[in-house]
Design a protein around this ligand. Structure first.
Ligand code: AMP
Length: 374
């Protein structure tokens, strides 16, 4: 039986970052109360929450406190303690469960799950040690990308190897964890499909985003992705296949590579709303955050509809001043800031969404603004 959560009840969020904040803002529109567990005092989500529990994510008594005040619990990032989440799901209503967190915390388990779901990934090997990498790398050859199984993000914990002489560069990765090594993919585009599902199995994908990274950090998402409709269909199909295989409740972001021939390979998964889905706040009839809240509260999901093509641009620490200085010039930009105090270099501080009927003109406008030239 799906437990339905109603306005006035409390949604607990583990993690106080911008994803939690945007979930909370969406939930508050429908009159939910928000409790947040987060170690820092003045977090982006804490600023908009009704109840703040300031403690580490794996603090047992803090998790119990969250369980006591919450009617349903969700999380905004995947690197939470799996065992703690599992225990929490025994004493509280955690409709997403803990299994998808276990899968996405470890690239080895994630790859095996993807293969098991029948979707395609780049050929890969698992290496527990550097010596294993050296002996097995011929299976995939060069160029290849070695990635730590655990704990990497935004290109951290990764090393591209062009030839055998680069091998020693991968050595330090094994200080953190075992690794996977995968054949380098010569992709034409990177895309992401955000798939959302409730406990009754209702499943919808948001319009597909085309992602442009700069220095391994997401810079822009263009929606709809500029891909063939046959590729878009394959991408949605793959995302739904994965969602069904893991019995998804909530949100799963599926990052993919598009190849020259229109085929797709799955790169990685995130079991939560995703940076590439922020455009949906303005550009869709239901944002990724609204749909996530609906899914975990046992509400029926809505068929997403895109009001207009859109571009989302991330605002990192170094972009804050240039954007702030020029805000008056761009009345048609939707400017979001996450309430973070310190604008550190490369820190995600906010984003801008621009709805447009001319993607190329808007890309030019973004370039010409000079805001993102650093
Ligand atoms: P990840 O942390 O796995 O999302 O990787 C970060 C970025 O590195 C991706 O968005 C790609 O731009 C690039 N990348 C990762 N894996 C590969 C690969 N096998 N081949 C080519 N580029 C890759």
């Amino acid at each position: 039986m799906t437990k339905v959560i109603y306005p006035g009840q409390t949604i607990g969020i583990i993690g106080g970052g911008q994803l939690g904040r945007m979930m909370a803002l969406a939930a508050k529109e429908s009159g939910f109360k928000i409790a947040v567990l987060e170690p820092t005092m003045d977090s982006p989500c804490g600023q908009v929450a009704d109840i703040r529990i300031v403690a580490n994510y794996d603090d047992e008594s803090a998790l119990e406190e969250l369980a006591e005040v919450s009617d349903v619990i969700t999380f905004e990032f995947e690197n939470i303690d799996y065992e703690g989440l599992k225990r929490l799901s025994q004493i509280a209503n955690v409709p997403q469960g803990a299994e998808l967190v276990r899968i996405t915390q470890d690239r080895i388990i994630e790859k095996a799950t993807l293969v098991g779901a029948g979707v395609k990934v780049s050929p890969y090997i698992v290496a527990q040690t550097y010596e294993e990498l050296v002996t097995q790398i011929a299976t995939i050859g060069y160029p290849c990308v070695v990635k730590t199984a655990r704990g990497g993000y935004d290109g951290k914990g990764q090393q591209t190897l062009l030839s055998e002489s680069d091998l020693p560069q991968a050595k330090t990765l094994f200080e953190h964890s075992a690794c996977v090594a995968e054949a380098f993919v010569t992709f034409t585009k990177e895309i992401s499909v955000i798939v959302q599902r409730n406990r009754d199995g209702e499943t919808y994908c948001l319009p597909i985003g085309e992602n442009i990274h700069v220095n391994h950090i997401l810079h822009e998402t263009i929606v709809p992705a500029r891909i063939e409709s046959s590729t878009a269909q394959k991408a949605e199909q793959a995302a739904i296949q994965i969602a069904n295989a893991v019995d998804l409740v909530g949100t799963l972001a599926v990052e993919m590579f598009v190849l020259e021939d229109g085929e797709i390979l799955i790169n990685e998964l995130a079991p939560r709303p995703h940076n590439s889905g922020h455009y949906s706040i303005e550009a869709c009839n239901v944002s990724q955050f609204h749909q996530h809240i609906r899914a975990i509260c046992g509400w029926p999901l809505r068929q997403p509809k895109l009001w207009a093509p859109s571009i989302m641009v991330n605002v990192l620490g170094q972009h804050v001043m240039p954007l702030t200085n020029d805000i008056a010039k761009y009345a048609h930009w939707s400017v979001h800031f996450y309430g973070k105090a310190e604008a550190k270099e490369n820190r995600k501080m906010g984003h801008v969404t621009i709805m447009t009927d001319d993607i190329n003109a808007t890309l030019n406008e973004i370039d010409a603004s000079g805001i993102w030239s650093k």
